[in-house]
Design a protein around this ligand. Structure first.
Ligand code: NAP
Ligand code: MG
Length: 504
């Protein structure tokens, strides 16, 4: 239960009124009892590769540790795949495609996908805890977003599997064959579902590499595939770092590769595949503008800004990391934002009250720290609440930079952490110009009372997704993907399925 002492009531009323409260430290305003999630994540001490429907030891006999970034303790050992393991995974995928999956009627494939979705729902709490332990995200996010959304992707694509004649009206569609997929660490289970569900619904088979720091929920999903009776080889997981990813992407077998990760690695992969006839989908980085006009519902916008950048520690490709606010309301928005982030709870991701959990790895924490130092050096005015951080583990305070110029690194580079840069504008055209002045184009947000302005902005903004008066809303029916250096191809919806088939 939150407890509020009389002496702190004036602070609370200041916050509610949107006035800057006196300097507070986290816990001054609200004091919550710890509320740790207690479900058993049912982790194994060691996770093998998942090839041809079985868990198999890597041929090289090597393993690496997956740690909990919240306390730096080892969680499990993960098999390190070598080139021979990647070959075995592709051979299994090809056999499964030729022998079973590619020939199975869509209505039969649908039954497996429904079963997988339901089994995931049955084990939802266990998966949420495993995701939070391995990746550091708050339990309330893995419980309320990652796991239900992953199940939703399997349900949605199960619904398509017997209706594929309607994916491209007037045309017949056919699977591509074997697909190679590589995913990042920010939504480990959800990215698996995004990648696997459309590929399988369409009749393809898959070799997928999860990110090195977050392989556990993929390998738990493999247990569900076994329980669902998914034919061996339809999905194969090979684990390891970048070299394994490169082996998956550059292998001769796949007819298509799908990559989600940084623009830098996406470019390396594209160079490697130049000249081949492989189909590609690239879901890369972002530097989204969240644009607040003076007629916006300001309190709602402040919640949207906070959700846009601090959700999942800012480990979100479409994070609203650049706030563009109309000059006349800039001071008001900044004051309200400062007050709001003073109340965010940073700390143990397993606590149900935590808003900002652990940064995924020491490497990522170092990168955020470096870029924030550059922001200070370049003259941005930095604000961080004075919250206490746990002594062990990787944590970073929510951070706001105001007075930022367009050329500053914090306004241009993807930080992939809880760091917001604030810029101002006067006119609609200036907002559009500044929002589009980036190499990326994944997403954007618009906050205004005027429907016509929303339509104009969504037409002019070079971003794959434009949210209006909301932020970070996802749905399996809705295609997601980028412009410019944020990549190409779409995931989700009918458009996402088109990227996993050929028209015949
Ligand atoms: P990353 O470094 O590019 O890694 C992504 C994946 O690629 C990981 O599994 C990584 O393995 C693997 N990899 C590394 N080097 C490789 C190579 N040379 N060839 C093939 N695979 C390779 O990105 P990240 O830091 O994990 O993820 C953050 C990035 O992902 C951000 O830029 C974010 O914007 C982007 N992202 C985009 C979307 C989208 O939908 N557009 C969604 C989520 C994230 P290891 O982890 O083992 O190194
Ligand atoms: Mg981990």
């Amino acid at each position: 239960m939150p407890t509020l002492t009389a002496s702190k009531k004036s602070n609370r009323s200041a916050v509610r009124a949107g006035r800057p409260a006196p300097e507070l430290i986290l816990g001054d305003l609200w004091e919550f009892d710890p509320a740790p999630e207690s479900a058993d994540p049912k982790l194994k001490a060691r996770y093998e590769l998942f090839i041809d429907g079985k868990f198999v030891a890597p041929k090289g006999g090597r393993y690496f540790d997956s740690i909990n970034p919240a306390n730096e303790q080892k969680l499990a050992e993960i098999a390190l795949a070598g080139p021979a393991d990647v070959d075995a995974a592709y051979a299994a995928a090809q056999r499964a495609y030729d022998g079973v999956w590619g020939k199975l009627p869509g209505r039969e494939r649908a039954k497996y996908l429904y079963r997988i979705a339901r089994l995931l729902q049955d084990r939802a709490r266990e998966f949420a805890v495993a995701e939070t332990l391995d990746g550091g995200k708050p339990i309330k996010e893995s419980r309320d977003f990652d796991v239900p959304m992953a199940a939703a992707h399997f349900f949605y694509h199960a619904g398509w599997a017997d209706k594929l004649d309607y994916v491209a009206p007037g045309r017949k569609v056919a699977p591509l064959g074997v697909v190679g997929q590589v995913i990042p660490w920010n939504f480990p289970l959800l990215m698996c579902a995004w990648k696997l569900a459309p590929a399988l619904a369409m009749g393809n088979t898959v070799v997928l590499k999860p990110a090195e720091t977050t392989s556990i929920t993929a390998l738990k999903l493999a247990e569900i595939f076994q329980d669902a009776g998914l034919p061996p080889g339809v999905v194969n997981f090979v684990t390891g770092a970048g070299e394994v990813g490169a082996a998956v992407m550059n292998h001769p077998t796949p007819a298509k590769i799908a990559f989600t990760g940084s623009t830098e690695v996406g470019k390396i992969i594209m160079r490697g595949l130049a000249g081949t006839d492989k189909k590609m989908t690239m879901e890369l980085g972002g530097k989204a503008a969240n644009i607040v006009f003076d007629d916006a519902p300001i309190d709602q916008a402040v919640e949207g800004i906070v959700n846009g950048i601090f959700f999942n520690q800012g480990h979100v490709c479409c994070a609203g990391s650049r706030l563009l606010v109309q000059e006349s309301v800039a001071a008001k928005v900044l004051a309200k934002l400062k007050n709001r982030i003073r109340t965010l709870r940073v700390g143990d991701p397993m606590d149900k009250n935590t808003d900002i959990g652990a940064i995924n790895s020491r490497e990522q924490l170092d990168k955020i720290t470096r870029l924030v130092a550059a922001g200070v050096k370049e003259g941005g005015e930095m604000f961080q609440p004075a919250c206490k951080l746990p002594a062990k583990g990787f944590y970073f305070r929510p951070t706001i930079f105001s007075g930022v110029s367009m050329s500053s690194r914090v306004a241009r580079e993807e930080i992939f952490g809880p760091v917001l840069s604030i810029l101002t504008f006067r006119t609609v055209d200036e907002a559009i110009e500044k929002a589009n002045n980036t190499a990326y184009g994944l997403s954007a947000g618009v906050w205004t009372d005027k429907g016509s302005r929303i339509l104009k902005m969504s037409t002019e903004l070079k971003a794959g997704v434009v949210w209006a008066n909301t932020y970070n809303k996802f749905d399996p029916t809705s295609p997601f993907g980028g412009y410019k250096e944020s990549g190409f191809g779409r995931e989700g919806g009918r458009q996402g399925l088109l990227d996993y088939c050929k028209l015949v």
